[in-house]
Every structure is written in structure tokens, then in C-alpha cells.
Write a protein that binds this ligand. Structure first.
Ligand SMILES: Nc1ncnc2c1ncn2[C@@H]1O[C@H](COP(=O)(O)OP(=O)(O)OP(=O)(O)O)[C@@H](O)[C@H]1O
Length: 366
């Protein structure tokens, strides 16, 4: 199978499809009860996109990946990869489909006894590619990941980022059309993470490889993925463009996950401090990707003669669009503040009145 790119303007082709997939591990739950790792997952990943899957530890992310590469079989539902229904294939045919799927891991999983070139050559050897062709492909791959000059080194002499680049070269050796990256940057520092993610973007853009990134790090998704799915306790709680899920999460679970990572809402401890120093009503407004948004906000405050001071928040960029939230201390007659909130809401603005007695934040101090 070879790498397929999508013709410009053509409708997106589905590369991976989950249909009502469930995965239960019998006897692995509390007191020998079945452990439901995934429940009723329906999901489509398009050919040529970078798709992120995020969720807390134990949410079921790795199980989902193992269902894509056929290392696990679902308890219910169907998993399609390209034209193949994995659930209907024999183990032998599943292995064949797996040949078109590359995989990179958090701990790199390189052979310590082989050189960098030997690691990249290994899958080609297994696939029966002969020596001259193998050497040519290894050189091309090492050049692509910027490690041609390290071909004869052993992995222990490389930095973490270089090891992962070898991992990527090895995963691409058999020219897969799909690359699965399971926490591939979780062991790396932020700068090296950036380099590896830039390489993954190049793999996607230049080679047309579909990439599925599994991570608990929102920054990874934010900088790399086109679309994202949020898993929470085995359930798919939200799927959408990275911008929509981050800027306007529709579910409480996705909002919690995005919120803790972006830290764009004041924590209960911060709110308590703000209350000691500000006497008005504290209200958080989500920034909208709209020309003149802040001017309209200011005008609404002014029209109702409510004073608004920004006490928390910030605006950053996501997929070249503004994202963030601003917490205001609103002072004025109670009815005027109510009128401001009603006006904003009727204008479609997301307004959160910060609860005066918030629940303690489980993430606080973590
Ligand atoms: N082979 C297995 N046998 C029994 N239980 C399993 C198995 N694989 C996963 N689980 C359980 O399924 C649930 C989901 O695990 P999974 O590893 O998919 O989550 P995750 O989101 O990838 O978490 P992490 O980020 O910690 O790896 C967990 O409760 C886990 O203990």
C-alpha cells in the first residue's frame, strides 16, 4: 500500500471509522467486575488530516489506538481502516492492514543493539526489501528526519528528540498511509517537543500521511492537530475542529479538560483572592473570533453605565484565530449589571458569572 494524498477540492475520504465501538476487559474492574474501557465510540478520521485524541489518564486513549492497529478487538461495534472492516478480518489479514500503519511511542522503543540506520532498516528487512533498495530508503528517511550524519551511531548516543526522530523514520520505512503517535512527545522537554511536532507536521504535509496523535497535553493538539476528539472515562464527549473544541467546548467534560490546561478561568483560590480586593460582580466572558468584539463589549458596559475592570484572563491564538477569556469586575447598580449580562447573552456571548461559593478545584495545587 502506498501513501495517498487527497486531490484539492475532493470531499474528504474517511481513513478510520469507529461505529458504536465498545471495549470491555472482563474481570478487570473493581472486585472482578468487567472494566468498560470504551463505550459506544463513533468517530471518523479523514485521510490526510492530523487528528488528536485527548483525555485524562485512563480515559481509554491507548485502547482506542490498539483498536485502530488491530492489536485489540472491540467487544461491540466495528472498526474500519481504509476499505477494511478490521472486525471481520482474520489475524493474518489484520497483520496485512497493520503494514500500512506506522506507530511511534513515548519511550521510542528503539533497538539498543542496532545503529540508527539498523533501526530504520529493520521493518524493511522484515518486509523482505533487499539490501541496495533498503540502504537507499534508509538514507532517504534519515535525510528527511535530519539524522543522516548519525546513521552509524547507537541510540544511546542520541538525545530524546533525536531518538524520536529515528522512531518516526522507522515508522515511515514501509511507507504507511497512517501514523499513530501515542504520547510521542510526553518524555520530551518543550523545545524538543516543538521540533518533533514540526517534523510530524512535515510528514503530514509533504508525505500526505494521516496522523492520529494521542496525548494528555493540550499544547500538542493545539499546535499540530486539525481536529480533536475528547475522551472522558471511556466515552467520546466531543469531536470537532481544534478551534471549536478549545474556544467553545460544548460539554462540561470537554470544558473541564480544556479549562484546566488553558487555565483561562480563575481557580477558586484566585477567585477568593480577587473577591477580597474587588467589590463588584466577577464575570468571565469568552473571547469571540469576531471583528470589533471588544469594542462591542465596551459599548455594552458603557450603555448600561457599568464600570468594568479586567482582573484576570488573556487572549492567545489558535489556528490563527483569537482564543481566550477575560474576567471582569463589574460595578454598578445590580439591575444595570443584570441588564449587561442579559444584553451580552442575547448577543450570543458566552458569559459565566463566577459562583461566589465555588466548589474546591481538584486540580488546584496539583
Ligand atoms: N489489557 C488490558 N487489560 C485490562 N484493563 C486494561 C487493559 N488495557 C487498558 N485497560 C484499562 O482500560 C482503561 C483505559 O486504559 P487506557 O490505557 O486505554 O487509557 P489511557 O487514556 O491511554 O490512559 P494513559 O494515558 O494513562 O495511558 C483503564 O482503566 C485501563 O486500566
Amino acid at each position: 500500500m502506498s501513501v495517498g494524498t487527497q486531490a484539492a477540492g475532493a470531499p474528504p475520504q474517511v481513513h478510520v471509522r469507529f461505529e458504536h465501538v465498545g471495549k470491555t476487559f472482563p474481570g478487570k474492574g473493581r472486585r472482578g467486575a468487567p472494566l468498560v474501557a470504551l463505550e459506544d465510540i463513533s468517530l471518523e478520521i479523514s485521510r490526510g488530516e492530523v487528528f488528536g485524541i485527548i483525555g485524562y489518564s485512563g480515559a481509554g486513549k491507548s485502547t482506542l489506538v490498539r483498536l485502530i492497529n488491530g492489536l485489540e478487538t472491540p467487544t461491540s461495534g466495528r472498526v474500519h481502516v481504509g476499505p477494511h472492516d478490521l472486525t471481520a478480518l482474520s489475524e493474518r489479514d489484520r497483520r496485512e492492514v497493520r503494514r500500512d500503519i506506522g506507530m511511534i511511542f513515548q519511550q521510542f522503543n528503539l533497538f539498543r543493539s542496532r545503529t540508527v540506520a539498523g533501526n530504520v532498516a529493520y521493518p524493511l528487512k522484515v518486509a523482505g526489501v533487499r539490501r541496495p533498495e533498503r540502504d537507499r530508503r534508509v538514507a532517504r528517511l534519515l535525510d528527511f528526519v535530519g539524522l543522516l550524519d548519525r546513521a552509524h551511531d547507537h541510540p544511546e548516543r542520541l538525545s530524546g528528540g533525536q531518538k524520536q526522530r529515528v522512531g518516526i523514520a522507522r515508522a515511515l520505512a514501509t511507507e504507511p498511509s497512517l501514523l499513530l503517535a501515542d504520547e510521542a512527545t510526553s518524555a520530551l522537554d518543550p523545545e524538543t517537543t516543538g521540533e518533533v511536532l514540526a517534523l510530524l507536521r512535515r510528514v503530514n504535509r509533504d508525505l500526505g500521511v494521516t496522523i492520529v496523535i494521542i496525548t494528555h497535553e493540550l499544547d500538542v493538539i493545539r499546535s499540530t492537530a486539525d481536529r480533536v476528539a475528547v475522551l472522558d472515562a471511556g466515552r467520546l464527549v466531543e469531536t470537532g475542529s481544534v478551534y471549536d473544541v478549545f474556544a467553545r467546548p460544548r460539554t462540561e467534560a470537554a470544558g473541564r479538560f480544556v479549562g484546566t490546561a488553558l487555565r483561562d478561568r480563575p481557580s477558586p483560590a484566585t477567585l477568593a483572592r480577587l473577591r477580597r480586593t474587588h467589590s463588584g460582580r466577577l464575570v468571565t466572558v469568552r473571547v469571540r473570533d469576531q471583528q470589533g468584539f471588544q469594542t462591542r463589549l465596551a459599548r455594552t458596559f458603557l450603555d448600561h453605565q457599568v464600570a468594568a475592570e479586567i482582573v484576570f484572563g488573556g487572549i492567545s491564538e489558535l489556528q490563527e484565530r483569537p482564543v481566550g477569556s477575560l474576567t471582569f469586575d463589574l460595578t454598578g447598580p445590580g439591575a444595570a449589571v443584570d441588564a449587561v449580562l442579559a444584553a451580552l447573552r442575547s448577543d450570543g456571548v458566552d458569559v459565566i458569572e463566577e459562583n461566589p461559593d465555588p466548589e474546591p478545584d481538584p486540580q488546584e495545587g496539583a
